[in-house]
Structures are given as structure tokens and as C-alpha cells.
Design a protein around this ligand. Structure first.
Ligand code: 13P
Length: 310
């Protein structure tokens, strides 16, 4: 099935108010590739998790309005504690993050002495604080390869874990978490589209199941998918990830056709951030993210180790 994103009529006055207030507050708007199209369109920067962490670490703005989910805003705060980091809706969580608690990770570490912990950034700040190094979907392979050990505890996403194990040949002890949105992408959806569009190429996110990944021409982070689409000579591309990415794909490649595997891969948490909430966030300076120093400092060490990799 082909999904075209719904075109919302956005009042110009709403956009003007946000942009005016953004300037007055000396704020920057960072948005993830899965955000609503109208939110992406007013952001200063739109990207994947790694690009957004780099932006958060480097910005000179005093306020970061994070249009994404909570762990992304937490990462920004961990990196830039002197800045005010706002998440326009505190309910914008990530079920995958909630699949590993710090207590569970501590217990697992105790049973695996000497085994380093690699945490996907889709974790809470407390879990990052228990980790040796973080990774994102775009650098998980590089992060795991950078460690001298052959045996590594990888958490919390089992699909990114199995992908990374396949790519590196290392023995990963993989946590049993998963992204409910990517789990809804099924191999039969991809096969059905391939039957209808035999020349189409397939690019999917590593949070997809191994069955889906095996059908893909490429496995990439969200920004990796955008790069793949720009560089591919294929005129039709089947995209296995959250459908918010279609907005940028279509905007940047108007001559190409992008097909979502079904209407199912929608992250309800990413869609909680609306323009009205962004305005409210700037007006009332809500909701500020705070992280206690005893968690922030060790969590930052794990993120810094990742960012230090070339
Ligand atoms: P990316 O880092 O590829 O943007 O992925 C973020 C994410 O949460 C995927 O579900």
C-alpha cells in the first residue's frame, strides 16, 4: 500500500508566533525525522538520533526545544546541562526505552563480570549511566568494533543487536527489547509490494526484524535512508521504517516514488508533538528536562565515548 502523508493546513500566524518567540527566547528547534511534516518544516535542524545529539552538543542557543521523544531530549540535556531543554509533551516516551531499567541492567552486569555494556541511545538516562558506551542505529557497528572485547552486552533492541552481531561477527548478549512500531513491519508487506513493483529497491531501519532486513537492499538509520534515497538510481523505493520519514523523502526527491509497507508503522509518541504544543512550550517554557548530576555525569561519559569515535 502506498501512503501519502496527510497535508495539514497550517495557519501562517501560528508559524509566525513560533518563529518570533523562538527568536525572543534564543531557542533552537531540533526535530527527529519521524516528526509530523509541519513540525519538521519549522525546525532549525531535522535529523537522526546521532545528528541530533551532535547538534545539541554544539548549539549556542540558550534553549533547545526538542521535537522528538523523551530519551532524545534527555540526551540533549545530558550533553548541554547549562541549556534549558524543553520537551513539548512529557508523554512522548519510547516503549523500547522502558524495556530495560537500570536495576535490571545492574543485575545483568553483575552476572557478566568484565563484559562491556553497549546501550542504544533509546534508553533512559539511568541506563546510560550504567553503560560503557552508547550507540545509535547509524554507528552501532562502529561502536561495537571499537571495543577490544569479543563478548558484549547489547541493549535494549534485539533487532539492532542481531544486525550488529551479523555485521561485526562479535558475540553479543542481546537484550530482549524491541520497537513496537518497527515490529509491525512484516515481511509479507514487503513481499506484496515487491510483487507489484518488481523494480523497486527496499531500504529498512535496523530496528526491523531479521526477516524484513533479509529482504532489503540496504539497512540504514533514518538519515541513512534519506541518503540512500538521494543516491539510488531506483525510481521507486520501499521504505521500512516509521512513516514520518516520507515527508522528507518526498520533499527532497520529488521525482521518486516512496512506498510504506503498510499504514501500521506509526509511532504515536513521535506524533504527540504538534505545532500548538511547540508554541505552548516556548510560551510557558515547558516541559524542562532535569537530570540529577549523579546520573548525568556517568551517562555523559557513555555518550561522549560514542561521539568521540570518528
Ligand atoms: P535513528 O537514529 O535512525 O533516527 O532512529 C531513531 C529511532 O528511535 C528509531 O526508532
Amino acid at each position: 500500500m502506498s501512503i501519502s502523508d496527510t497535508k495539514k493546513i497550517v495557519p501562517a500566524s501560528l508559524v509566525e508566533e513560533i518563529l518570533g518567540l523562538k527568536e525572543a527566547r534564543r531557542a533552537v528547534l531540533l526535530a527527529h525525522n519521524y516528526q509530523l511534516g509541519e513540525v519538521q518544516d519549522i525546525a532549525d535542524f531535522v535529523g537522526d538520533s546521532l545528528e541530533l545529539s551532535r547538534q545539541a552538543a554544539a548549539t549556542e542557543a540558550e534553549v533547545i526545544v526538542f521535537c522528538g521523544v523523551k530519551f532524545m531530549a534527555e540526551t540533549a540535556k545530558i550533553l548541554s546541562p547549562e541549556k534549558t531543554v524543553l520537551l513539548p509533551d512529557l508523554q512522548a516516551g519510547c516503549p523500547l526505552c522502558d524495556m530495560a531499567t537500570a536495576e535490571e541492567v545492574r543485575a545483568r552486569k553483575a552476572s557478566l563480570p568484565g563484559v562491556p555494556v553497549v546501550s542504544y541511545v533509546n534508553t533512559t538516562a539511568d541506563v546510560k549511566a550504567e553503560s560503557d558506551i552508547c550507540c545509535t542505529s547509524s554507528n552501532a557497528v562502529k561502536v561495537v568494533e571499537s571495543l577490544p572485547q569479543e563478548e558484549i552486552l547489547f541493549l535494549p533492541d534485539r533487532n539492532l543487536g542481531s544486525w550488529t552481531a551479523e555485521q561485526t561477527g562479535k558475540r553479543l548478549i542481546i537484550w530482549d527489547g524491541y520497537c513496537i512500531t518497527h515490529q509491525r513491519i512484516l515481511s509479507e508487506h514487503i513481499l506484496g509490494l515487491k510483487e507489484k513493483y518488481p523494480d523497486a529497491e527496499v531500504v529498512v531501519h535496523p530496528e526491523c526484524t531479521p526477516e524484513v532486513r533479509r529482504l532489503a537492499n540496504a539497512v540504514r538509520s533514518t538519515s541513512g535512508i534519506l541518503r540512500y534515497a538521494r543516491e539510488s538510481s531506483a525510481s521507486t523505493i520501499i521504505v521500512g521504517t516509521e512513516i514520518g520519514i516520507l515527508h522528507r523523502l518526498k520533499k527532497e526527491n520529488p521525482e521518486k516514488v516512496f512506498l510504506a509497507p503498510s499504514a501500521l508503522p506509526v509511532c504515536p509518541n513521535m506524533k504527540r508533538i504538534t505545532l500548538e504544543k511547540v508554541l505552548w512550550s516556548l510560551e510557558e517554557m515547558v516541559y524542562p528536562i532535569e537530570i540529577p548530576e549523579e546520573i548525568r555525569v556517568p551517562a555523559k561519559r557513555a555518550i561522549d565515548r560514542m561521539l568521540a569515535l570518528p
